[in-house]
Design a protein around this ligand. Structure first.
Ligand code: UAG
Ligand code: ATP
Ligand code: API
Ligand code: MG
Length: 490
């Protein structure tokens, strides 16, 4: 594509003169630039991409998109906001891939990964070709691609959609983080369905207030249906048990479909009964009642199931297929994942990393725990500090034996993170063990018959980030080793 043809997608006041080279790729990382690339300079949180423009030209960049003038031997196009321009240009360069996909975006503080995996499974089992983008990985048909962020930057994202089109994917399900909505990573995505799970405290390091956080998530709904193809129906799937849904409902021109447990909704679950191996309930859809037997545990899992059922129904998947798929789901990796190595107590590994997530999981455990509840919990570094004391409080409210330990300290001092947690707790009911492996082993040493152990915060993660180092660490493997070692000694 010629540079001028590409730039026509920006607004007409963007000046363009001079050479009109062929653009063979778009890159925002100078290290990936090749001959013919358009290099987009992004002023990031860590470094300024403008500082790499010269090296991009040396690597063969044919043109540069920047926010300020740069003296270079190739055309430099100046825009006010390169992040925004990147989203528009990436969408155009890859021939507007989301116009040809049924795209479902899922936002909310907790439950995005769980709901998106459930929904992808429903589509897959209904013989649709699927794509998935989220925290754990990205999937294009049967190919798994590693991604760094829950929602990748717009360039990576449009490239993935393009691959999906090439692989004839019909339904793409993606997690849409509040960061992505705020920064503009999903600008240019044409969603058919937007799903809201819930809103509780997280990411205040970034958004500063709950109001700003709520507004960022709301962008998914206010933009829905404002894009390219007005003839395709758009749906907002909202959780009626979360008061924020009323605001999102007001902000969208799309059709609204609601789900809920405690408040009247289009799609509901009633008569929920739970034990340690599953959940039974009645699914109510348009006055019809369908008995559901889920292998997933907890009220929060029922919400995720309802959200995925609602999105699948408005996508035209028959109810009986949907029910069969959700009943088959054993679980999502690292979400209420039970570790059974032959011990006589329950071990749960869960990704709860917010106050609400932790409370939901602990309430669930409390419902079937017969004796002590051990909680092993830490908080991530370089993330919302204000959630640390709250998570510590919740751990001590529901746990009988609590061990505060490290999560991913990242650039922070691990002891300082634990001090932030301790500030929320006034009794002495907890132990502090900086080393996560030691914390897990200590709990296993003390556990006895019918106790329950929750290892929270890292779920599916197979690493621990300490400083700039990434170490192998998987709660599920570490706890299994500890259990097996203890069983040997009996
Ligand atoms: C705070 C934040 O959002 N940071 C994101 C941001 O990184 P950054 O601004 O630090 O980038 P940077 O290193 O300053 O680089 C600026 C520019 O210079 C370029 N560069 C850099 C070096 C070089 O040699 N040459 C070069 O051209 C880079 O490619 C980039 O274009 O842009 C990167 C590329 O898109 C992201 O991967 C990175 O996410 C980091 C890893 C992150 O941890 N983000 C978290 C806060 C996040 O976004 N989380 C959300 C929500 C998670 C959830 O709740 O599920 C998510 O969606 O992941
Ligand atoms: N609907 C829900 N409501 C409240 N808590 C939930 C819900 N679903 C899951 N959780 C809790 O939150 C944790 C994270 O779930 P999940 O990974 O699905 O959320 P997420 O929104 O994708 O999180 P992230 O922001 O990290 O991408 C789970 O391990 C569980 O403890
Ligand atoms: N998506 C969340 C995941 C947190 C997981 C936790 N283990 C941590 O590292 O803080 C975040 O990036 O804030
Ligand atoms: Mg997620």
């Amino acid at each position: 594509m010629k540079l001028q043809e590409l730039l026509e997608h920006l607004h007409p006041l963007v000046p363009f003169r001079g050479e009109n080279p062929e653009i063979t790729s778009i890159e925002n990382d100078s290290r990936k630039v090749q001959t013919g690339s358009l290099f987009i300079c992004i002023n990031g949180f860590t470094v300024d991409g403008h500082d790499f423009a010269e090296s991009a030209v040396q690597k063969g960049a044919a043109a540069i998109l920047a926010e300020r003038s740069l003296s270079l031997s190739v055309p430099v196009i100046i825009v006010k906001d390169t992040v925004r321009a990147m989203a528009v240009l990436a969408d155009a360069f890859y021939a507007h891939p989301t116009r040809n996909l049924r795209l479902i975006g899922i936002t909310g503080t907790n439950g995005k990964t769980s709901t998106s995996h459930l929904l992808e499974k429903i589509f897959f089992e209904a013989n649709k070709k699927t794509g998935l983008i989220g925290t754990m990985f990205t999937k294009v048909a049967d190919e798994i691609i590693e991604t760094k962020n829950t929602t990748p930057d717009s360039l990576t994202l449009q490239r993935i959609f393009h691959q999906m089109i090439q692989r004839e994917v019909q339904f793409a399900v993606m997690e849409v983080s509040s960061h992505a909505l705020d920064i503009g990573r999903v600008h240019g995505c044409d969603y058919d369905i937007a799903v809201f799970t819930n809103l509780t405290q997280d990411h205040l390091d970034y958004h500063k207030t709950m109001e700003e956080y709520m507004k960022a998530k709301g962008l998914l709904f206010s933009r829905l249906g404002n894009t390219f193809n007005p003839t395709r129906p758009r749906f907002a799937v909202l959780n009626n048990d979360d008061p924020v849904s009323i605001l999102y409902q007001k902000s969208t021109v799309a059709h609204v479909v609601t789900y809920g447990i405690d408040h009247e909704a289009d799609i509901m679950a009633r008569n929920i009964e739970m034990n340690s191996s599953g959940t039974a309930c009645d699914l109510v859809v348009q006055g019809n009642i369908y008995p559901l037997k889920l292998r997933l545990i907890g009220k929060f899992s029922v919400y995720n199931v309802l959200a995925s059922i609602a999105a699948a129904l408005v996508s035209g998947i028959p109810i009986n297929n949907i029910i069969q798929s959700v009943e088959n789901v054993i679980g999502v990796a690292g979400r209420f994942e039970l570790v059974d190595a032959g011990q006589n107590y329950t071990v749960v590994v869960d990704y709860a990393h917010t106050p609400d997530g932790l409370e939901n999981v602990l309430k669930t455990i409390q419902q079937f725990a017969k004796k002590r509840i051990f909680v092993i919990i830490g908080c991530g570094g370089d993330r919302d500090r204000s959630k640390r004391p709250l998570m510590a409080q919740i751990a001590c409210k529901y746990g009988t034996d609590v061990i505060f330990t490290s999560d991913n300290p990242r650039s922070e001092d691990p002891s300082a993170i634990l001090k932030d947690m301790e500030a929320g707790v006034y009794d002495e009911k907890y132990l502090v063990k900086l080393d996560r492996k030691e914390a897990i082993w200590a709990a296993i040493e003390q556990a006895s018959c019918d106790d329950a152990i929750l290892i929270a915060g890292k779920g599916h993660e197979t690493y621990q980030i300490i400083g700039d180092d990434v170490f192998d660490f998987d709660d599920r493997i570490v706890v299994r080793e500890a259990i097996e070692e203890r069983l040997k000694c009996i």
